[in-house]
Every structure is written in C-alpha cells, then in structure tokens.
Design a protein around this ligand. Structure first.
Ligand SMILES: Cc1cc2nc3c(=O)[nH]c(=O)nc-3n(C[C@H](O)[C@H](O)[C@H](O)COP(=O)(O)OP(=O)(O)OC[C@H]3O[C@@H](n4cnc5c(N)ncnc54)[C@H](O)[C@@H]3O)c2cc1C
Length: 476
C-alpha cells in the first residue's frame, strides 16, 4: 500500500471550494422521500385489493366457479398495478430515483416484474377455469370464447405475448447471452405490453363496470404512469439537451484503453449535477449516435463543464477515443444517489476499484471536508494501471485527505477486496488497519460486484450501519 506525499501548488486550484458552494444549493436528499414513495407504492397495491373487496370479491369465494373468477380478478388487478409500478420505478422520477438509487430500483423493478408476470399468468389460468366451470364449452372452447367474445381481449393477449418476450429475455441466463442493445430493445416492448393488457379490465372487469370511483382510480393510475414516462424519461432530458447545446471540449487519453471526455456549453449550467452522479451520454458523431451509455462524472461539476473517464470495454466506449472537439452531445441525467446529498456523517471513506475510482475522484473534489475527514482507497492491479492516480494525489494533498493505493492481483478462491499479498488478513481487519475509526464513517464504494460486496460486508462487520454504506454498480 502506498500513501500520497505529493504537495503540488496546482492542488490549491483543485481544492473544490467553488463546487462545494454550488452543491450546497442542491441540499441533502430529504429522508422522508423514501418513506413517502415506498408508502405510495404499497397504497396502490392496497387500493386495488380494496377495489376487489368492495366489488364483492370475498363473497364470491363461496362457490368453485366464483372462487376461480374472484381470485382470478384479484390476481389480475394486483398484476396490473405492479406492472404500472414497475414502469414508474424506471421512469427516472427524481424523488423516486434520489430516494432509492438506481441499483435498488433496478433490483426492485426485477422483483416486481417477475411477481407481476406470475400473477398475470395465474390470472389467465384462474379466469379460464372460472368461466369453464360455469359453461359447457370445456377449457379450449372457453379459452377461444374469452379471446374473441369480450372487448379488449385480443389486445390483452397481444400485450401478454409482448410481456412474455420481455420476461423470457430478462431471465439471467438468456440476458447474459444477449447484447445489451438487443435486450434493451426487446425490453421496450414492455411498455407496449402494459398499454395493451390494461384496457380489457376497464371494458370487462366487474370492479369497473359498476363503480365510477374504481374507474377514476384506474385511469388516474394509468395517467400518472404515462405522465411520469413522458415527462421524466423523455421530455425533461430532451428539453435539457436541446434548449442549449452541449459540445465536446476535450478528449484526453489517460492511458492504454482509458479516455477522459470533457464537455461544456450553456446547457451544462442548467444541470443540477453533483459529484458521484452519472449521465446517459449520446454523441452525435455519426452512426451509433442513438445509443446511450452511462458514465459517472469524474470531476466535480462546476456549472460550466462536465467530465467523465471511461475504460474501453466494447464498441461504444472504444469510440470515445475518436471523438472530436465540437461534437454535439445529448445528455440524460443527472442520475444516481452516490453523492454528498445522502451523507449523514462527517468522516468519509471513498473506495474505488479499477475504473470505479472515477466517481470517488469527483467526490473527493466536491465533498465539504476538514483535513483528515476523508480517506480514499484506490484498489488497482498495478500502480501503472491506476486511473487518475496523479489527480487523486494532487487533490488529496490540497484537501487534507488521505490517499492510499492498494495494489496487487486478486486472491484466488476467496471473494475479497484485498490483493494476494494481504491474504493473511481478513477483509475487516485490513479495513480497520487503514481506518481504525471506520464505524464513524460514511462509506462510498464503486467497483466490480464481488469486490463491492466484500467491501460492504467488511464495513458492516466493522460497525458501519448499512444506511451509511453506498454502492454504485457499473453494470446494468
Ligand atoms: C451507473 C453507471 C455508471 C457507469 N460509469 C462508468 C464510468 O464512469 N466509466 C466507465 O468506464 N464505465 C462506466 N460504466 C460502465 C459503462 O457504461 C459500460 O462499460 C459501457 O456502457 C459499455 O459500452 P460498450 O459499448 O463499450 O460495451 P458493450 O460491449 O456494448 O457493453 C459491455 C457491458 O456494458 C454494460 N452496458 C453497455 N451499454 C450499457 C448501457 N447503455 N446501460 C447500462 N449498461 C450498459 C452492459 O453490462 C454490457 O454487457 C457505468 C455503468 C453504469 C451502469
């Protein structure tokens, strides 16, 4: 492990005071946002269950056909509500995004998605059984009758097929085999599916035919979902990118396979970005421009420029090295909650591995701090591969922070944040040797999945509460 000893004069310039003032205006993320958005989600689910009860759902359970029809309706209602909630979770609504963070939202979206799909399949089976029990058409005759004989049912079947496609391609094994863009394109069919399966409930559902309140509730939920997508997913990013142009200012090679891109322009002034956050970046430099890639800012946003540093892992990131100054940029964001607005403690540990150090570099620059408050741990395979190491040393010196590089290859056969030469230590012991009062720290972590899990586990064992450990995943 090596510690910084560089005291360059240039560091004063990078002391972060300017951006700290700017960010103070953005303020902390209110903690009640999490409670309020979580409660709103549960209220929607309880609301549809209440509709089912109010529509006589419980009384109908007395007979076999009633049992199937009534539970079929309940599963359909809850499945649809979850489908809409799933869309809202990924609509980039700022209060939801800032309260939960992308990582947790993606995990919840996945869980809610599979639950909703399971309930949707149960709904189809139960309703078919319910109708079959009360007619002489048999299962197949009833199925046919349900498809062609009721309004909105053909649309619902088409929507179900779209959702089947989305679910099948999202199962982990299938997902790994698909290119990101192919998976993403198929995933967009989820919106079509959600749009097609919902109308049949209003046209045929017993809860809605008799109750204006239920109909208003359902339309309201649907309208809120559509508005969230139109405003936050499409409108706001388009407006922010188009009203004042943002262009590439500089493209710099950091080392083999790593590029730093700086952009600027009037449009940047209006973006409420903080260190540690990320944007979806599109560069209008020819074919492939429509594809967005997420990158975290690698310097504290100063209201005039934004910067990120990327390693080349595929076509999209390799292309960055060939960008030319003046290229127009479209941005979506800022997103992510790995920033100072969620900080609750004075002392901070910033841990980055590989390219995951880039948001830590921005945080080191921006976080308000007194000398000794912040420690940066930079995990690298070799010092030669340490991205942005010189900048980190300069900044650490200027801000009175500690910067340590932890260098070496991984330990074989053990999921650990440590290198081989430290294999005799436990993950927690090693962390406490670097930061003895770790329990009093806020911990920010970015790197590979296994590495982050090892850091998190060690931090929790050392006494840091889980609410003070924050991770950012660089993978979807
Ligand atoms: C929140 C976040 C912040 C990130 N910040 C940085 C950063 O600061 N520096 C950096 O080097 N890398 C960062 N990444 C990773 C970076 O986005 C991918 O390496 C890059 O998009 C790969 O694109 P590609 O075309 O080069 O490679 P591909 O071969 O197309 O993709 C390789 C892998 O990258 C991921 N990926 C690709 N496109 C996307 C996308 N549009 N959205 C989400 N994941 C995608 C997928 O897991 C894919 O399997 C970040 C990722 C996320 C999710």
């Amino acid at each position: 492990m090596t510690t910084s000893t560089l005291p360059p004069d240039a560091a004063r310039e990078a002391s972060g005071r300017r951006s700290s003032r700017r960010v103070a205006a953005l303020g902390p993320v209110p903690r009640w946002w999490r409670d309020a958005t979580g409660a709103a989600g549960w209220a929607v689910v309880l609301g549809v269950v209440a509709l089912w009860v109010a529509g006589g759902g419980v009384q109908e359970l007395a007979t076999w056909s009633g049992f199937f029809l009534s539970t079929g309706r309940l599963t359909g209602l809850v499945a649809s509500a979850l489908l809409l909630l799933q869309v809202i979770l990924m609509a980039r609504v700022p209060w939801v995004e800032q309260a939960w963070g992308q990582d947790e939202l993606v995990r919840t979206h996945r869980l809610v998605g599979f639950t909703s799909f399971t309930l949707l399949v149960s709904h189809v089976v139960l309703i078919t059984l319910g109708y079959a029990a009360s007619t002489s058409l048999g299962i197949w005759g009833t199925t046919w009758d349900l498809v062609v004989g009721y309004p909105g049912m053909l649309l619902a079947w088409a929507g179900t097929l779209a959702l089947v496609m989305v679910v099948v391609t999202s199962v982990r094994r299938a997902r790994r085999r698909l290119r990101y863009e192919s998976w993403h394109l198929v995933h967009l069919y989820g919106y079509l599916g959600a749009g097609l399966v919902l109308p049949h409930q209003l046209w045929t559902g017993a809860e809605f035919l008799d109750s204006a309140v239920a109909t208003a509730f359902w339309w309201g939920l649907w309208a809120v979902t559509a508005a969230a997508v139109l405003v936050f997913r499409l409108g706001l990013p388009a407006w922010r990118s188009l009203r004042s142009p943002i262009r590439v200012l500089e493209v710099r090679t950091e080392g083999p396979g790593v590029t730093t891109v700086t952009v600027g322009g009037d449009g940047v002034r209006h973006l409420p970005a903080r260190a540690g956050q990320f944007f979806q970046w599109r560069f209008l430099d020819g074919p492939g421009w429509s594809r967005a890639n997420p990158y975290s800012v690698s310097a504290a946003p100063d209201g005039r420029t934004l910067r990120f540093t990327a390693s080349h892992v595929g076509d999209g990131s390799a292309r960055l090295a060939t960008l030319r100054p003046g290229t127009r940029v479209l941005l979506e964001g800022p997103y992510g909650r790995l920033h100072g607005g969620i900080r609750t403690r004075r002392k901070v540990l910033l841990m980055g591995s590989g390219i995951g150090i880039t948001p830590m570099r921005a945080l080191l620059e921006e976080l308000p701090q007194a000398p000794g408050d912040v420690t940066v741990v930079h995990r690298v395979r070799s010092a030669r591969e340490a991205v942005l190491a010189d900048e980190l040393r300069v900044l650490a010196t200027a801000r009175g922070a500690r910067y340590l590089q932890v260098e070496g290859r991984r330990i074989d056969g053990r999921e650990s944040w440590l290198p081989r030469q430290a294999a005799h230590l436990t993950d927690t012991r090693a962390l406490l040797e670097i930061v003895p009062d770790l329990a009093e720290h806020e911990v920010y972590v970015c790197g590979g999945d296994g590495w982050m899990t090892a850091v998190r586990t060690a931090a929790l064992e050392a006494g840091v509460p889980s609410t003070a450990v924050h991770l950012e995943r660089f993978a979807s």
